[in-house]
Write a protein that binds this ligand. Structure first.
Ligand code: SF4
Length: 383
């Protein structure tokens, strides 16, 4: 397939509905496996699936010594990192020099182990299917851990973390997350809500009369709600829109479906998105928190075989410095003075000043490697 065209070939993924509402092009970039450059995964993003794996092990083996669970979790993380094609060069480099401690603290590992232990109480389910009689028709709702839910109506397919039927008859759908599940207003985070509600819509397709409860569980907070008619209608409209806007196997140019905005800085495909490069990057993007993207001409490069610093002339004529890039991450052609570079996912050095675009950035944090720019990517003009 022509890599400049985008095509949906898979059923709708509930976990990516929030992404679709922000940008349909990003939805396709993230749900299809294109062989294009992506920003690397942050290594801590693999923690979630490994914590679930540990919860399953604890359920089977019973409680274990904390030290051996930590060892197991560290081993699983390293295995998962080396097994993913999204592993970043910086992550590999930090792991080689600092091990797991280079990207996740002991305190976080202990917290996640406590969380994994708390999940084991959810694990045992007496039945695999809950039977409901709707009129004369008997329908089966899958219950248990990681059950596949598919919708013929909306062409949805996904695995809910846990589905069970309460004694009162309602179906409860639970999603476990390793980060916060609510925002500063104590409301469920939009992408998590759309995901768990989409599973609810599929269950309602199987059994329209059943009441569906939704639950989001994280290590530090949780949220419980209902799939009421307002939420059901909202999610249904999004599913209809996705199917209409992105019909299966029809190619689109990113320009037709991209919706560039401030959210682009969270998009791991932005280094391959022509719309982002044309409309957003020249304005020097940042997410107001951590990550910055810049582009410009290389004025100077200094350093040794271990770490290098770059001086870049930005499009607006200002000069920015990027400190401590592992030298092996810089392609030879990008080291030539005058080369035009794109640098994604930089961290800001020092305090951010209101109204001023920062000019000093870093990639590797020598004092605290965990704060390094793990999603950093460098491209040069003829990439
Ligand atoms: S960079 Fe922005 S416009 Fe491009 S795919 Fe990502 S979110 Fe969409």
């Amino acid at each position: 397939m022509n890599q400049s065209m985008l095509k949906r070939t898979r059923s709708v993924m509930p976990s990516k509905l929030g992404v679709f509402t922000e940008c349909p092009a990003r939805y396709i970039f993230e749900s299809e496996a294109y062989s294009i450059p992506y920003l690397p995964l942050h290594p801590r993003s693999l923690l979630g699936s490994e914590v679930h794996r540990i919860a399953n092990i604890l359920q089977k083996k019973g409680d274990m010594e904390s030290a051996s669970i930590i060892q197991q979790l560290e081993y699983n993380l390293i295995t998962a990192l080396t097994g993913t094609r999204w592993l970043g060069t910086l992550t590999a480099w930090v792991q080689e020099h600092y091990g797991v401690a280079g990207f996740v603290s002991r305190k976080t590992l202990h917290e996640q182990i406590r969380y994994a232990k708390s999940l084991t109480c959810f694990v045992s389910e007496p039945r695999k299917y809950s039977s409901e009689y709707i009129g004369k028709r008997k329908i089966c709702i899958p219950t248990g851990r990681e059950q596949l839910l598919t919708s013929a109506l909306f062409n949805v397919s996904g695995r809910a973390d846990l589905i069970y039927q309460k004694e009162t008859g309602q179906i409860r759908i639970v999603e476990f997350k390793t980060g916060k599940v609510t925002d500063e207003l104590n409301q469920p985070k939009e992408n998590h809500l759309l995901q768990v509600a989409a599973y609810g819509v599929v269950v309602k397709e199987l059994a329209p009369d059943i009441n569906v409860e939704l639950e989001l569980v994280g290590p530090h907070d949780s949220w419980t709600g209902f799939l009421d008619s307002t939420l059901n209608d909202r999610v249904t409209k999004i599913l209809v829109k996705l199917n209409e806007m992105l019909p299966l196997n029809i190619p689109f140019s990113p320009n037709e479906i991209a919706q560039p905005s401030g959210h682009c800085i969270r998009c791991s495909s932005r280094c391959s998105c022509p719309v982002y490069k044309e409309k957003m990057l020249p304005n020097q993007c940042n997410d107001n928190f951590f990550d910055y993207d810049i582009s410009g001409k290389l004025l100077a490069i200094e350093g040794d075989n271990y770490l290098s610093d770059l001086k870049i002339e930005l499009d607006n004529g200002l000069v920015a410095k990027v400190f401590r890039i592992p030298t092996q991450m810089i392609p030879t052609k990008a080291k030539a003075v005058g080369a035009f570079l794109f640098l994604y996912g930089l961290r800001i050095l020092g305090e951010k000043k209101e109204g001023c675009f920062p000019r000093n950035f870093f990639v590797f944090d020598v004092h605290d490697p965990k704060r390094s720019a793990f999603q950093f990517l460098l491209q040069y003009e003829d990439d």
